[in-house]
Write a protein that binds this ligand. Structure first.
Ligand code: NAP
Length: 276
C-alpha cells in the first residue's frame, strides 16, 4: 500500500494541525512513512515532542524532516507566530491538512455561549484563517493541496451536536467554495468526511450514545488510509463509511426521510445528551 499510494506524498511538505490527536497521530505516521516532510501542530508542546520522538524511532533510516510547533490556532497572535516560524524553515508547505477539531454532546438549551464560540472558532474560523494566511505560499508551489477534515455531521444535522454540526457544515461549505475559487490555480482544495472514529474526541458519554445507537466506529489508521487515497485522487471529496455515505446523499435529496429515522432515535439521544 505504501508504494502504491506514495506518489504525491513523497518529499511533499505537510503542515498538519491536530497532530497530537487520535487522527493526527495516525496521519503523521502514514505521511512520515511515505516520505513527507512534516510540520506538526498541536497546543501541547510536550505531546508534540513525544510524537516527534515516536516517529523518528519508528524509522531511524528516514531522511524526511519533522518540525513541531505548539500553537492555539484560535488565537490570532499565535497563528501569526506560526506563520513567522514557517518563514524561517527551509520548507515551502505544499500540503495543508486542517485537522484540529473539538466536539461536544449537549442539547442546545444546555450549551453555553462560550462553548458555541469555542467549537465554531476551532472547527471553522481557525482553519479558514490559517488557510488564508498560508495561501500566498501554497499559490507559489508547482502544485499544492488543502485538505479539510470534516465529518459525517458536516452533512447530516444530528440532535445533541448543533454547534459541532454547524461548524462542520460551514467547513464543508468553505471547502467547496474555495475549491471552485481556486479552480484555475495550482491549489486543489479537498474535504475528507470521517464517521465516528476511536479517538479522545469521543467522550465516554458519546461512546455510550454510539453504542446505544449501534453507530459503527472506525480506527484512526483506517481514516489515515482514506486520507492517503484522497491526496492521491483527483476528486475533491471523500466520505467514509457505509451506510453513512448513503445517508449523506439521501439527506441532501430527501432530508425529511432522514429526519424521520433520526427523530425515532431522539429519546435515546436526549437521554445521553442531558446526562453529559
Ligand atoms: N473522532 C471522531 O469520531 C471524528 C469523526 C469525524 C470527524 N472527526 C474530526 O477529525 C479531526 C481530528 O479529531 P480527533 O478525533 O483526532 O480528535 P482528538 O483526538 O481529540 O485530537 C484533537 C486535536 O486537535 C488539536 N486541537 C484542538 N483544539 C486546538 C486549538 N485550538 N489549537 C490547536 N490545536 C487544537 C488537539 O491538540 P492538543 O492535543 O494539543 O490539545 C489535538 O491534536 C477533528 O476535526 C474532528 O472533528 C473526528
Amino acid at each position: 500500500m505504501k508504494n502504491q499510494l506514495s506518489t504525491k506524498i513523497k518529499n511533499s511538505n505537510v503542515l498538519l494541525t491536530g497532530a497530537t490527536g487520535g487522527m493526527g497521530k495516525a496521519f503523521s505516521q502514514l505521511l512520515f512513512d511515505n516520505g513527507a516532510n512534516l510540520v506538526l501542530i498541536g497546543r501541547d508542546g510536550h505531546k508534540l515532542h513525544e510524537l516527534k520522538a515516536e516517529l523518528l524511532t519508528s524509522n531511524i533510516n528516514a531522511t524526511n524532516k519533522i518540525e513541531i510547533f505548539a500553537v492555539d490556532l484560535v488565537d490570532s497572535a499565535q497563528r501569526q507566530a506560526l506563520i513567522a516560524y514557517l518563514a524561517t524553515l527551509a520548507l515551502d508547505i505544499n500540503l495543508l491538512i486542517n485537522n484540529a477539531g473539538i466536539s461536544q454532546l449537549s442539547l442546545l438549551v444546555q450549551t453555553t455561549e462560550s462553548e458555541i464560540n469555542r467549537i465554531i472558532s476551532t472547527n471553522t474560523i481557525a482553519p479558514m484563517q490559517l488557510t488564508q494566511a498560508l495561501l500566498p505560499t501554497l499559490l507559489k508551489q508547482t502544485s499544492a493541496q488543502i485538505i479539510n477534515i470534516g465529518s459525517t455531521f458536516g452533512s447530516i444535522g444530528f440532535p445533541g451536536y448543533s454547534a459541532y454540526c454547524a461548524s462542520k457544515f460551514a467547513l464543508r461549505g468553505f471547502s467547496q467554495t474555495l475549491s471552485r475559487e481556486l479552480a484555475d490555480t495550482n491549489v486543489t482544495v479537498k474535504y475528507l468526511s470521517p464517521r465516528a472514529t476511536k479517538t479522545n474526541l469521543i467522550s465516554e458519554k458519546i461512546e455510550q450514545l454510539n453504542t446505544a445507537l449501534n453507530t459503527a466506529t472506525d480506527l484512526p489508521a483506517d481514516v489515515a488510509m482514506e486520507l492517503l487515497m484522497l491526496i492521491e485522487q483527483n476528486k475533491t471529496e471523500r466520505y467514509i463509511g457505509w451506510p453513512e455515505k448513503l445517508f449523506v446523499r439521501i439527506n441532501a435529496l430527501f432530508p425529511s426521510l432522514v429526519s424521520k429515522s433520526i427523530v425515532k432515535q431522539l429519546p435515546i439521544i436526549q437521554k445521553f445528551a442531558r446526562d453529559s
